[in-house]
Design a protein around this ligand. Structure first.
Ligand SMILES: *Cc1c(COP(=O)(O)O)cnc(C)c1O
Length: 378
């Protein structure tokens, strides 16, 4: 694994990239250049292939972080008089609700605890209860806690009721199976700096062509107008407005490595092994995961903070960082947690090293009670 002097990022994007991917950024590109524009076209083809969408879907890249693409997808694919159902089990679902609010799209939340996932039956009930709902916006892996939501069965129920399905697949794309040829989806959204292991800076919306064709005039914003970006790109092969050229080149390099590794099945298997190694090692130190095994996605793991009074996240973070690993704070409101990502250009050996770094850190901090507060008090 590439370590150099940089710490390993155990965060769900940005994440640790390979040397080859970093090296792809050591070149300046003109945005008019035909070679550069072929790179863009190749990226668009590749990401559509990842979700088996060749026959039905097109990819529209967009400058910015992943949220920009989520916002663009909602703003373009949901007509101004549409209504969005958001099954809500975490921070990124809440973000979609906030986007709907900003964009003035009617929306309704289906609230679910952060350690549970929605079921097709729950969504069906919500759709039947409110026929004015036109779209479901579903987060695939809710990165807040790291929970996997059952996308295939949700796609089936949306199709059955004739509702559009918009999927925030930001932290699952490339790692978990998404098949739009089997499970109908209007849009799958992801970004460069997640499981494809590129640098952050661009997102993309893989949209059903027949749906996107009807989206002219829906967008609230010029910069976020996916329809315009798509039609302009078809006409000129160029991005509308300055593309993040270095990011595009590096994302292209990352996609090449993704394919060479064996695509989604191989990437998913590596992350699953990372995740299992991490949970096993941390478990041996006394840490408890927030999620049960059945709903844990192999992307990011939420651990309960130790109940020992000697523990503070800030101190823990700094001391683990000094050992070469960047952890991630928890994002739950009710309980104190921290998160460790399993994604990036790292393998299970790196995860073993992380566990050792955590063990040494606990010792240095004088943390003896690793079990969480609630359980420690009981
Ligand atoms: C990372 C992520 C996003 C996008 O976040 P940005 O900070 O805008 O890149 C959206 N949804 C999910 C589920 C994510 O994991």
């Amino acid at each position: 694994m590439i370590k150099g002097n940089d710490p390993i990022l155990l965060t769900p994007g940005p994440l640790t990239t390979s040397l080859e991917t970093k090296q792809a950024m050591l070149r300046d590109w003109g945005s008019w250049d035909a070679t550069f524009n072929r790179i863009t076209a190749s990226i668009c083809e590749d990401v559509v292939d990842v979700v088996h969408g060749k026959a039905t879907h097109v990819a529209v890249p967009l400058q910015g972080s992943g949220t920009f693409s989520v916002e663009a997808a909602i703003g373009n694919l949901v007509p101004r008089d549409g209504k969005v159902l958001v099954p809500n089990n975490g921070a990124y679902c809440l973000r979609i609700l906030k986007i709907c609010k900003y964009l003035g799209r009617a929306h309704v939340a289906l609230d679910i605890p952060e350690d549970k996932h929605p079921t097709a039956a729950m969504i069906e009930e919500a759709l039947v209860k409110d026929p004015s709902i036109t779209h479901v916006a579903q987060v695939h892996c809710e990165t807040g806690a790291g929970i996997l939501n059952p996308l295939a069965e949700i796609a089936e129920v949306c199709a059955k009721h004739g509702k559009g399905l918009i999927v925030d697949a930001m932290s699952s794309f490339g790692a978990l199976d998404i098949d739009v040829s089997k499970h109908p989806m209007d849009a799958v959204i992801a970004a460069s700096g997640k499981c494809i292991e590129g640098p952050p800076g661009m997102g993309f919306v893989i949209a059903r062509k027949a749906v996107l064709e009807k989206c002219q005039g829906n967008s609230h914003s010029l910069a976020m107008d996916l329809y315009d970006q798509w039609t302009y790109m078809q006409k000129t092969t160029q991005w509308r407005f300055t593309p993040p050229t270095h990011v595009v080149a590096a994302f292209h390099a990352a996609l090449g490595q993704f394919k060479a590794e064996g695509g989604q099945p191989a990437r998913g298997a590596r992350y699953r092994k990372n995740c299992e190694t991490l949970i096993e090692g941390m478990g041996a130190l006394g840490f408890r995961t927030f999620l049960s095994k059945e709903v844990q996605a192999p992307v990011i793991v939420t651990f309960h903070a130790p109940g020992d009074p000697a523990y503070t996240f800030k101190d823990f973070y700094e001391k683990v960082k000094a050992r070469g690993y960047i952890l991630y704070p928890g994002k739950l409101t009710q309980v104190e947690t921290f998160r460790v990502g399993c994604i990036g250009a790292i393998d299970h050996n790196e995860m073993r090293n992380v566990v050792s770094a955590v063990a040494e850190t606990l010792k240095e901090m004088g943390v003896q009670k690793v079990a969480p507060k609630l359980l420690a008090a009981a």
